[in-house]
Design a protein around this ligand. Structure first.
Ligand code: NAP
Length: 290
């Protein structure tokens, strides 16, 4: 049971966490802090939070758990302010999509609190954002990656792990370096490619005509280009070294396919497409099993 939970950034992820914990009866009071009053009013009207914190100082007072659920570039100002008001017993965690940068911020701004700062990343999301997009089942059956620090207190890590398990998630732990490399490949690169394709089409002279014929394949490939630009700007910049390596690897794959087209090498093309189709089917089957 969490007596007082503070969510900093009551959007899709922070709001869904609040709803899931409330639905599970695992929290007594939820305070929301954020940027726009309008979003916080929505969160209160929807029963996501009990009250709006007048400031981080007011909200942090006697908090059991504080969850930082703002875009990753906004973690630094949040931690800087939090450092002035944090009680020693409070556990702080985050939900940021990149981990090395958030940990660097914590080392800089919460050096006295590293035992109780537990970095996390729920692998669940949607293209929608804000409190109105939050829903209680978002984390049901999903993974949450925790990247513990050597300084972390075991009890604090366990409490954050059980918080996510209460929401229906499975918790895995790994290093922040490995986390950022994995998600550069399977999340950040696909988002970048999706934004790039839409951008490429949208600024052509005949964009209107092209879009008028775009159908299911284009819709599926570009679904994630509907994601929040500010959030994805921050993620791409925070993980830019790993993401640049992934762009280079992908570029080599494109060059390879381009070469096959130049050579009219249908056999090789079909082989690549066949491998990819099989690998995707196996991935989907594995997901359904788990
Ligand atoms: P979101 O729905 O846009 O929510 C972000 C919240 O943070 C909003 O309430 C926003 O307030 C507030 N905020 C934005 N900038 C701020 C700032 N500079 N200072 C204070 N508050 C600020 O985004 P989200 O999808 O929940 O993402 C939140 C975090 O979860 C990010 O770190 C993201 O990397 C991570 N994450 C996202 C996903 C996903 O797929 N969406 C998945 C896993 C993890 P306003 O509403 O007033 O702008």
């Amino acid at each position: 049971m969490i007596n007082k939970l503070v969510i900093v950034g009551v959007g899709l992820i922070g709001g869904s966490l609040a709803l899931a914990l409330r639905q599970a009866g695992a929290v007594r009071e939820i305070i929301g802090v954020g940027r726009s009053r309008e979003n916080l009013e929505t969160a209160r009207a929807l029963g996501i939070i009990d009250r709006i914190g007048t400031s981080l100082a007011d909200a942090a007072h006697e908090a059991d758990v504080i969850v930082l659920a703002v875009p990753v570039a906004a973690m630094q100002p949040a931690m800087r302010e939090l450092a002035l008001h944090l009680a020693p017993a409070t556990i702080v965690t985050d939900v940021g999509s990149t981990k090395r940068d958030v940990i660097t911020c914590a080392r800089q701004h919460l050096p006295e609190h590293l035992g109780r700062f537990i970095p996390g990343h729920p692998i669940a999301g949607a293209e929608k954002s804000g409190a109105a997009a939050a829903f209680a089942n978002l984390f049901q059956g999903r993974n949450v990656v925790v990247t513990p620090l050597p300084e972390n207190e075991t009890e604090a890590v366990s409490r954050i792990a059980s918080m996510w398990q209460t929401c229906g998630a499975t918790v895995n732990t790994m290093s922040a370096q490995k986390h950022d490399e994995i998600f550069a490949a399977v999340s950040h690169l696909p988002h970048l490619l999706s934004f790039a394709l839409v951008e490429d089409i949208a600024f052509r002279a005949n964009a209107k005509e092209l879009f008028s014929y775009a159908a299911g394949g284009f819709r599926d490939f570009t679904r994630i280009a509907g994601s929040h630009p500010e959030m994805w700007r921050d993620i791409c910049l925070a993980n830019r070294d790993a993401l640049i390596r992934e762009i280079d690897t992908y570029q080599s794959q494109l060059d390879r396919l381009r070469g096959m087209l130049e050579q009219s090498d249908g056999k090789s093309l079909e082989e690549v497409f066949g491998h990819a189709r099989t690998a995707r089917a196996e991935w989907l089957a594995g997901k359904q099993d788990s």
